[in-house]
Write a protein that binds this ligand. Sequence first.
Ligand code: BGC
Length: 424
Amino acid sequence: MQLGVSSAATQIEGGDYSHSWNDWYQKGRIHDGSNPARACDHLNRWKEDIDIMAELGITIYRLGMEWARLEPVQGSYNDDAVQWYRQLLLYIKGKGITPLLTIHHFTNPMWFESLGGFAAAENIPVYLSFVEFVIRNFGDLVDEYVTINEPNVFAVLGYFQGLFPPGQRSMGAAFHVQSVLAGCHIQAYSLIHKLRSEMGYTNTKVGFAHHARVFSPKSKWNLWHRLCSTLVARFFQGAVTRACLLGRFVFPLKNICKMPGGEYADFLGLNYYTRSAVSGLGDGVAEGVPVNDLGWEIYPQGIAECAGELYSLLKRPIYITENGTCDNNDNFRSRYIYEHIKALSESDLPVERYYHWCFTDNFEWCEGESARFGLVHVDYESQKRTIKKSGEFYKAMIKYNGITDEIYKNYLTQEKYHYGNIKT
Ligand code: BGC
């Protein structure tokens, strides 16, 4: 299994662009008030960041592109931004790192939001034009693509729970958005293959990054908890996975674009973080379990369970496109990584890649700068980067191609999780 790192444009780049997360910030919806225009200033510090990545021995990197920066006005593109991404990609490749490019990771330009965003099926061609623009401008530098990051999280948090932009609260809208996004993914999958093959490339890989968690009934003796956990698993992740991977639209999703059944992924992208204890139509955390600094349960076996579910639907190589934890003081991140990778290696699944979330601490959406997920610490005031102990651990694992007794002793024996259902 190759070990790499993951990031997303809005979370690291900084810069004042007219997009949905800038707007969310203006509306006061970031808990600690941090402004995504600052983030990690990767816009100016990209070289330093890629140098640190190379120093860790990283050879695979999942990164994103900021749609609002590349296409500030519908149909009109920013050539400086194109040149910036091209030099970044060339530098990444020059360091022997293979990029996996995410085309959409949560953030929409405001002009797209005003058209109705992904709540309007008529906007699918607008997203596809951006996909085409990306391939025409970067297709010579990138072979591997994630069409959309976590369609379910985008839809549920933005349209049902009201926590992400645009802040709606309708279950029906969240299902509709998932159906639209599945249509987007399937069409982008075919479009990217078509365009790249016209350009003469035969090594294209396309998938989407699916957010999955384990849903367990809070009490396994309680019938209502059991029923809800089955329903929530289907509504949150089961239906959208089938739609995106196979073009099979089951209740509550609808095949709005009349997509034919098929096989729409060259790899199975999985973002895994936690397990939910279900007692109703929502989320929850069991009592007394190990949790991270945001109160999310740490449940390493779940990564193999979720990967196994994806693999049962479609036999493709598995890429863990994200896995990581909020550990503000880097007290248990190494142990978290070790246990999740161990669970994967003990399964008999074809897990080819593991992209740790995240490379540096970054702008963690609603939590802003206060939730730290990085292998590299960022002091947001000075923008100084410091490799954390977990970053050194990751580097050692890459160097020795696994865990030696020495690595275990140096990095893992002192690490302890928090226990109990806490929320900081
Ligand atoms: C998202 C990331 C986010 C991470 C941690 C994932 O759902 O893709 O952007 O930072 O979770 O919350």
